[in-house]
Design a protein around this ligand. Sequence first.
Ligand SMILES: Cc1ncc(COP(=O)(O)O)c(C=O)c1O
Length: 389
Amino acid sequence: MQSVYLDYNSTTPTDPDVVEAMLPYLREQWANPSSAHNPGNQVRRAIDRAREQVATLIGAAEPSEIIFTSGATESNNTAILSAIETLGAHASVITSPTEHAAVIGPVQWLEQRGQSVKWISVDENGQPDLEEVTSALKESPAALASFMWANNETGVLSPIEQLAEAAAEADAMFHTDAVQMAGKMPLSVKELPIHMLSLSAHKLCGPKGVGALYLRKGTRMKPFLRGGHQERARRAGTENVPAIIGFGKACEIAQKTMEQESSRVERLRNRLEEGILSSCKGAQLHGGGAQRLPNTLNIGFQQLDGEAILYMLDDQNVSVSTGSACESGSLEASHVLKAMGVERTYVNGAIRFSLGKYSADQDVDTVLERLPAIIDRCRSLAPQIKDES
Ligand SMILES: Cc1ncc(COP(=O)(O)O)c(C=O)c1O
């Protein structure tokens, strides 16, 4: 049975050219980039090339603005905790409830320790209320505003330009989690007043366990990991060299192919969306009223259990993700859909389909062949779930 992978927002297959680029740094060029000898210098130069490749993808003014990390979870933690350490105990964090757990976690941790946090409401598409942001900024003597560029569950884009400019007007710091945006749509960080931006390699066909924090030149920062001079003393620890090289290569490939790929993937996503909405009873699109990533589709199936749909699809070799299983593996309903005000009867039955580089028309055909029967079967098995919304 043909298998179909539509969970690219969780992680992506590693591009074979990325693997090839990494191999020499596992086999031959294993020297420590901090060593003063020749082999060490060669590895350090390779890291600097990767830094340029990452900087180019996001339009950073200088490669030195890129700090390699272990992934976006570390980048987000570093950005938020560093900003608060530099701004001081009186500073506020301004963010939204639809952020990824890697932002919500550190923000809640700060809140529990007495830091002021302003959670901004979002509209039915999950976009933050700009007026609320502006007044929260006005009320805060010092602030960090942190808003994701694209939502991982719905693909909805935030109005980053307006948010960053509002923060700049209030003299606040601005951070964005651009994990789902980078490599899928063009972005140029130097054109916006963004101080910090988080990236992860495994969302753009690079390896897992590596990411980056963009730190605009001149932005004050306190390292999250201390105890070494690596990354200009902004992130201690011997670099994950093969992964960094792979990340750089993945950025270079994304840069070259993004324009063509995004329209190809968008056409597939739209075909899948139309097909599901027209062939499955009680299906509702989430986030469709806003600009979205070209690859993401979030659909709620009324009165059904998303987990049951996921496992039935899995049984037929189709990999998707629910909108409800949160990162901790608990069966909590999606915090993103709840914040958007989606009715509970749809939140529980939400499925995220996320496409990517190796997705093809055949994958869409397969899902459209298999899903309607699964939905019918779930409906015949499901106890009538009461609408609690
Ligand atoms: C929006 C967003 N931010 C952060 C992360 C965490 O990234 P990493 O796996 O590199 O820690 C993810 C991954 O799921 C994500 O989708």
